[in-house]
Write a protein of this length. Structure first.
Length: 681
């Protein structure tokens, strides 16, 4: 038997970015494990990725190009050869581009986080074509902008140093489900005597394991942070020296924070006033104190401001002096990725195409041509994403994808909701079948992924597909001939020792243990900017503030319940939903409801319910659960629509409105009503 152990990296949208070892026997991948030599992975994987061979060899894996034969959305296709598919696609794109290349729209996100199979060759193709650009906002933009305007970038403390903290605030994160390797460090801190506080509207699996859970209402995180500031000021739990040397705008922030006594925040957040006071005292008097912030809490109208407010806290108490103090939302700003060299925006050759926000794709697909919008979208190329399932207000997304005059190409592993609406489906390789290189947003290591097995069937890499289309479009630029290993080398250039990457699979960046002990923030001022001149110059508030949700329901409203839609534990966005063993664990789509809200509506656990508002309705089973707080329901996602009981999912009721900063979606800023579903319905 010929047995190999191949080094790789997890490609999925998770801060852990694990190093993998794939065991290959006679050319078949039989097992995927964590690489024990990689300190952050430490040999452990989440349940999802530990079953990656089940995904790669799934019986429903797409292995041949397909062409639509039935109506859009019917899922009816016929097998064709690659030449037929690519020639037809190129011909149609050339015809559209001859009229206006901006009528062609790419749509992609984080189906892979790899720099090569993500945008490496794809961006080159669309830049050379002159297609519309895509504003990739759907997950993290509000929080990212909040960090940029406070700390100067997506930077923070090192995840491994949380193990040494005396207090950890886990804010807007279900770490057990979505950040398993951070949770290991939090558990070590807990064993050492640290206090863990979870701040989250939902009583998650993580909240169960913390000392305290603060179940605030969705979208009220900035109010809580400002009240904590109020208490830090009035009790003088401040590091005046750090504030003086390393912050900007203190007097203005002080004035605003003093407008937020704990009682005011308690009324808005829906939590006891004493809980806020105790939180502030713990944070103000414990050294070192660390905050693990995550993206759940920024998916509301005021998400960017909320991140700004929370990101101010470590500088107020001097937590950045300690390597186990400070805050981590994302570490991606530490990575010196050579995006211009990789993605080649110079191929635009001076053109400035319009930009479409991926979070408003439902509306944008339905827009007619106009002087302000530009040409109608005539062609859509989807890769590394499943917008029909994941984009907000999905009834409009479906309506747009169902347009018979829209030419749609989808690169995929499986026949997703989006693929059902394609004119052509092109089978793409999985992570076990291609080269790629990865940054991380949860640690500071670069990882290399080697192909462990040959591509199954006729599957091709994303890069090969875009190279082939470029040739058929007549793009003879030398950059379209570069192979994937060359692209891997290009991503970081000489900054990373590529020979070491080839040998070990990972390289650690030289980031200081406590990067902001002496200030040196990557802001224009070099300080933590409580007041942002850049935001003020845009006509925005330079200080962080609490912005109420667009939809703040009250008992007398027609839609009196707030709804959040956190990910189901065994899925990652819409990935893994079709992996049988993982779907068996999840069971079926559910809506978690507090007992009081269920009783008032005559709803029992297991009953079918309709969740609805003016945008649409979604039907699933109710689960009366202690995980839901009063007035808030939890629609766990993101299920494929066609796997739901009535062919919809939770995004049927979410909106296309955008956040205060970063133009992100407001998935958790959503008011609904819930009713039992009658037999006749």
């Amino acid at each position: 038997m010929n047995t190999l152990a191949v080094r790789g990296a997890c490609p999925h949208d998770c801060p852990d970015t694990c190093a993998l070892i794939t065991t290959v026997e006679n050319g078949v991948a039989v097992r995927v494990q964590g690489n024990a030599e990689h300190a952050h992975t430490d040999g452990a994987l989440c349940t999802k990725v530990s079953r990656y061979t089940e995904r790669t060899y799934h019986p429903e894996r797409l292995l041949h190009p397909l062409r639509r034969t039935g109506a859009k959305g019917s899922g009816q296709f016929e097998r064709v050869d690659w030449d037929t598919a690519l020639n037809d696609i190129a011909s149609k794109l050339q015809a559209i581009a001859a009229r206006n290349p901006e009528a062609i729209q790419p749509y992609s996100y984080a189906g892979t986080m790899g720099q090569v199979q993500g945008e490496g060759m794809a961006a080159r193709f669309f830049h050379r074509l002159g297609a519309s650009l895509l504003d990739r906002t759907i997950c993290a933009n509000a929080g990212g902008e909040g960090l940029v305007h406070t700390l100067g970038g997506k930077v923070g403390m090192k995840v491994e140093h949380f193990a040494e903290a005396g207090l950890i605030l886990i804010w807007g994160s279900n770490s057990i489900a979505s950040n398993l390797h951070f949770w290991r460090h939090a558990q070590q801190a807990k064993r050492n005597g640290a206090r863990l506080i979870c701040i989250d509207p939902r009583r998650s699996e993580t909240a169960d394991k913390c000392h305290e859970h603060i179940a605030l209402k969705p979208g009220t995180d900035a109010a809580l942070a400002l009240a904590v500031m109020h208490e830090l000021i009035t009790h003088d739990w401040l590091d005046h020296d750090y504030i003086s040397r390393h912050t900007l705008g203190w007097e203005r922030l002080r004035e605003r924070a003093l407008q937020w006594p704990p009682q005011r925040a308690a009324d808005i957040c829906g939590v006891p006033v004493q809980q806020i006071k105790d939180l502030a005292q713990a944070y103000g008097t414990t050294r070192p104190a660390a905050i693990r912030l995550n993206y759940g809490m920024q998916r509301v109208r005021g998400g960017g401001n909320a991140v700004r407010a929370i990101a101010c806290l470590p500088a107020l108490v001097g937590a950045w002096r300690h390597r186990a103090g400070g805050l981590l939302l994302s570490s991606s700003g530490f990575f010196p990725i050579r995006r211009a060299a990789l993605q080649r925006p110079d191929l635009l050759a001076g053109r400035t195409p319009r930009t479409i926000n991926m979070s408003t794709i439902g509306d944008d697909l339905l827009r007619e041509a106009s002087p302000t919008f530009g040409p109608r979208i005539e062609a859509l190329i989807v890769y590394n994403s499943n917008p029909v399932a994941v984009a907000p207000e999905s009834s409009k997304v479906v309506q747009g994808f169902a347009r018979e005059d829209l030419f749609t190409v989808v690169l995929e592993h499986f026949q997703t909701d989006t693929a059902d609406h394609a004119d052509y489906i092109l089978p793409a390789t999985t992570q076990l079948e291609h080269w790629d290189i990865h940054a991380s947003y949860g640690h500071t290591d670069v990882l290399l992924n080697r192909p462990a097995v040959e591509p199954l069937g006729e599957a091709r890499t994303n890069t090969d597909i875009f190279r082939a289309l470029a040739r058929r479009m007549g793009f003879d630029d030398p950059c379209f001939e570069e192979d994937d290993l060359t692209l891997c080398r290009t991503a970081f250039g000489d900054v990373v020792d590529f020979d070491q990457l080839l040998h070990t699979g990972f390289v650690t960046l030289p980031v200081p243990d406590a990067p902001f002990t002496h200030g040196n923030f990557p802001t224009p001022s070099g300080r933590c900017e409580f007041f942002s001149e850049r935001l003020a110059a845009q006509g925005l508030d330079g200080l962080p503030d609490h912005l109420p949700n667009y939809e703040t329901p009250t008992a007398s409203d027609p839609y009196p319940l707030a709804m959040i839609s956190p990910p189901a534990r065994n899925f990652l966005n819409s990935s893994f939903v079709n992996v049988t063993s993982l779907r068996d664990i999840e069971g079926e789509p559910v809506l978690e409801m507090h007992a009081d809200d269920a009783l008032a509506r005559g709803i029992a656990s297991g009953a079918m319910v309709r969740i609805f508002n003016d945008r649409g309705e979604y039907r699933c089973k109710a689960e009366v659960s202690r995980r839901a707080r009063p007035g808030v329901v939890n629609g766990l996602g993101i299920w494929w629509r066609k796997l739901g009981a009535f062919g919809t999912n939770v995004n049927e009721v979410t909106s296309q409105r955008l956040t205060d900063l970063g133009r992100g979606p407001v998935f958790y800023d959503c008011a609904v009503e819930v009713q039992p579903l009658t037999e006749s319905a």
